[in-house]
Design a protein. Sequence first.
Length: 206
Amino acid sequence: MTADPITEPVNTPQEQDPIDMLAALDEAAGHVLRAEFIEGTATLVPPSDRQHNFGAFLLAMQLHSAGLTLAGIGDGYTTRLKEDGLRDLIIPDFAVLSRKPTDTDEEYRKDHRGWYSIDLVTLAGEITSSNHESDTGPKYRSYAAVGVPVYVLIHRLRRKAFAFSDPVQDENPVKSRYATKVEVDLGMRLPLPDPYPVLDTSALRP
């Protein structure tokens, strides 16, 4: 089944390194913000409610308990499709890494002021909050564009859970997509492709 993005692509050409842009926002605020930069737009992410945060923790723990010990929450990742191309800065709600970050990965993070390379991520997960379109459109396309193998989306507004896989990358990143979609009602068990487990989404049910 083909899985199309739920919102239309919006891409604004960037003239400033997004890491510099988010650093400037932090400086203006006087403290560290939870900010992301996707498809040319900087977004300040408001604090999530307890169900969102607890759900992300529980899903990460399910992955961890299934033997995916590199599942976790809270890290930020940067994408770079080309040396002079689009870069996004994304903080998944939960993720699974392909390997434990090496010294080289930590140097990359230091050079990029706190952002790991998205190349580490084999599964990215998002739980919608107030800005549902960010997770269903820009983040969907960004994860597909860099070839993240699996994208799990918990859409609380629609009361659905999705597992997207088989990324189809396009020369134009905002046309990238996932070829395969599995969809269940929120609260049901969500099958993931091998080697990932079936996820219990009942903790996210309203």
